[in-house]
Structures are given as C-alpha cells and as structure tokens.
Ligand binder design. Structure first.
Ligand SMILES: Nc1ncnc2c1ncn2[C@@H]1O[C@H](COP(=O)(O)OP(=O)(O)OP(=O)(O)O)[C@@H](O)[C@H]1O
Ligand SMILES: [Mg+2]
Length: 319
C-alpha cells in the first residue's frame, strides 16, 4: 500500500503575548495509507484542529515533519498544497455569490483541471450531495447544512490525494449530519479517497472510519482499527443483572474495588456495568454481591461502543 501522509513528531506551541504558552500538539506521529479513512478523535482542546491545520500548512508547527505523498510539506508548500484539500471547522471556503455548480467549476479550474472533462464528476457530486434542486441558487442563500455539504463537495472536486475534514458534521441538524455521514461512508467503502477527519463525536467516527487515532492533551493515546478496539473491549465489558436493589454497602465495596464500575437501578432490577480482566475479577464481583441479599439474574458480555472505549481511554483507565 502507498503511504500518502506521514506526520513525524509534530509539535505545536502557541506562543502567547500574555500568559503561558500553550502546548497544543506534543510530538504526534502517525501515517495514513492510500484510500484509508482515518478518524482523529479527541475531546475539546485535544489538538485535532491544530493537527489538521498543520498538515494543511495553514499554521507553522513548532517542530516535526509532515510528508505528503513524498513531498516535505513544510519545505515545499506549493507542491504539498496541490495534494491536499481541507475543510476546516466552521470555515465554509466557498464563494457566496456563486451557485453550487459555479463553485464546483471554480474549484476544478483552480486545481488546473479542465471543467469540460470534469463535468461528469461535477454532476455526480451535485447528485450525491443532493444539491441539484439548488444548483442555480447563490451559495449565500443556502442553509448552513447545504453550505457545509457544498464546501465538502468543493474540496472533493479538486481530486487531491488527501482530503482533510475538521469536524465535518459539527452544528448540522441530525438529518443533514446523517446524510453527510452516509456520503462519506459510501466513499470510504468504495475505497477511492484518502480521508483524515476529526471529530469529537465517536458515533461519527465509528460510522465512517475504519481506523481511529485518539488524541488527548496533544498526544496520541491510541491508534488502531475501530474493529480491533471494539473487539478488545468486547472481551472485557460485563453487565450483571441483579434482582431488586443493591445494598449501599455493597455498592460502595464494588466501587472501591472497581472505581469505573457503574450501577444503574430501575424499579425491579439493578444493572452493574464493569470492565473486568479475566474470571478472577468476575468472581470478586460475585463475592461482593454475595455479601448482601442480591440475587444475580445474569452476567452478560456487553457490546461496547466507541463512545465508552473513548471515555475509558481518555480517562486513562486502559491503553
Ligand atoms: N490560536 C491559538 N492560540 C493559542 N492557543 C490556541 C490557539 N488555537 C488553539 N489553541 C489551544 O490549543 C489547544 C488545542 O486546540 P485545538 O483547537 O487544536 O483542539 P481541538 O481538538 O480541535 O478542540 P475542539 O474539539 O474544541 O475543536 C487548546 O488548548 C486550545 O485552547
Ligand atoms: Mg477543533
């Protein structure tokens, strides 16, 4: 497989005139191969936008290297920019007075492609992003969601090696967000684009990406296939179903022993969710429960989702 993006020990310190400098990205390294769709996931302030802006050479990193399709991005900006299209959070880089179609033609021209030869692809994108109805309306009159879709379509039409999307679904209503997710997922499944997208929404990442890089406080904490992460966590996530309520003593004992364990009580049942290593820990829970009146109805393996995995990793409970 072809390596199209290499980030090596990327570091960014924002120098402040007043107050302390901010270490936003701290020696991040990762690679992206051709046609991979990779999610950059992390809580607010983790360093996602800074990473994406650095790759798109919109800001100058403090240290490290970025290689795009064999081009040293920090040394040869022009050639690296020919290989990248980026849509940044909230920044809809489209021309307000131009219609969707004109915008798409403009970006094709900008990239030096022939509009005539790209006609088919432009029509395809208008279709895919459901912009046909509005293809003759100036962009400023489109809804925010449509503007966002158009911004992404304009980035796509440039047909660059890499597409960078910073929070592509942020602030969109549910319907448009799902539509966009569907489009990106389809592109990912067809395996015809290399995409690095950032999000703080794990559902978006779980839905679209095959691989996820989780960052927190400017550092990579996990870089793995989504499937592997789910598998790894599936093996250790348990749910105990208990008849009635737990005695307070037991609940305290459980939480003292397993600080991340969660207890949820309904009218007739209590559910205990815990991440347990091996059968010994399962027996420990059973022992603690035996101490009270609790009757265990069942112990099940829980289906984890990326959200829980993310929270556990970010809390530093599991690497
Ligand atoms: N221009 C700037 N000047 C100073 N500090 C900045 C600047 N831009 C970002 N930061 C800081 O750098 C850190 C990383 O910010 P960044 O925007 O990269 O995070 P993010 O992961 O994109 O967060 P969000 O989910 O909120 O978009 C944060 O602590 C932020 O406050
Ligand atoms: Mg951001």
């Amino acid at each position: 497989m072809k390596l199209v993006l290499e980030v090596k020990e990327l570091t960014k310190v924002y120098k402040q005139r007043r107050g302390e400098n901010v270490l936003a990205v701290d020696q991040i390294s990762f690679s992206v191969w051709k046609n991979e769709v990779v999610g950059l996931l992390g809580p607010n302030g983790a360093g996602k936008t800074t990473t994406i802006k650095s790759i798109a050479v919109l800001i100058k990193p403090t240290g490290g290297e970025i290689w795009i399709d064999g081009v040293n991005a920090l040394k040869d900006q022009k050639r690296s920019l020919e290989r990248i299209a980026a849509v940044l959070e909230g920044n809809r880089n489209i021309y307000w007075r131009l219609t969707p179609k004109e915008n798409l033609e403009f970006f094709v021209g900008l990239q030096g492609h022939s509009v005539r030869r790209t006609r088919g692809y432009i029509d395809e994108l208008i279709e895919l992003f459901k912009l046909k109805e509005k293809q003759n309306t100036p962009a400023r009159k489109l809804s925010r969601g449509m503007q966002q879709k158009l911004a992404i379509a304009c980035a796509l039409v440039k047909q660059t090696e890499i597409l960078l999307l910073d929070e592509p679904t942020l602030g969109l209503d549910v319907e448009i967000s799902y539509e966009l997710r569907r489009i990106l997922k389809e592109m990912a499944q067809r395996g015809e684009r290399t995409i690095l997208l950032s999000s703080h929404d794990m559902n978006v990442v779980q839905d679209i990406c095959e691989r996820v890089i989780i960052i927190n406080h400017g550092r990579i904490v996990t870089d793995d296939r989504v499937e592997n992460l789910l598998k790894l966590f599936r093996a250790s996530a348990y749910r105990f179903k208990i008849e009635g309520r737990l005695a307070q003593e037991q609940e305290l004992a459980l939480k003292r022993r397993f600080p991340l364990l969660e207890v949820e009580a309904t009218d007739h049942r209590t559910y205990i969710d815990a991440d347990l290593e091996g059968s010994n820990e399962i027996y420990e829970v059973i022992e603690i429960l035996k101490g009270g009146q609790a009757r265990i109805e069942s112990i099940d393996h829980k289906e984890p989702n990326l959200e829980e995995i993310f929270l556990q990793i970010v809390k530093g409970d599991k690497r």
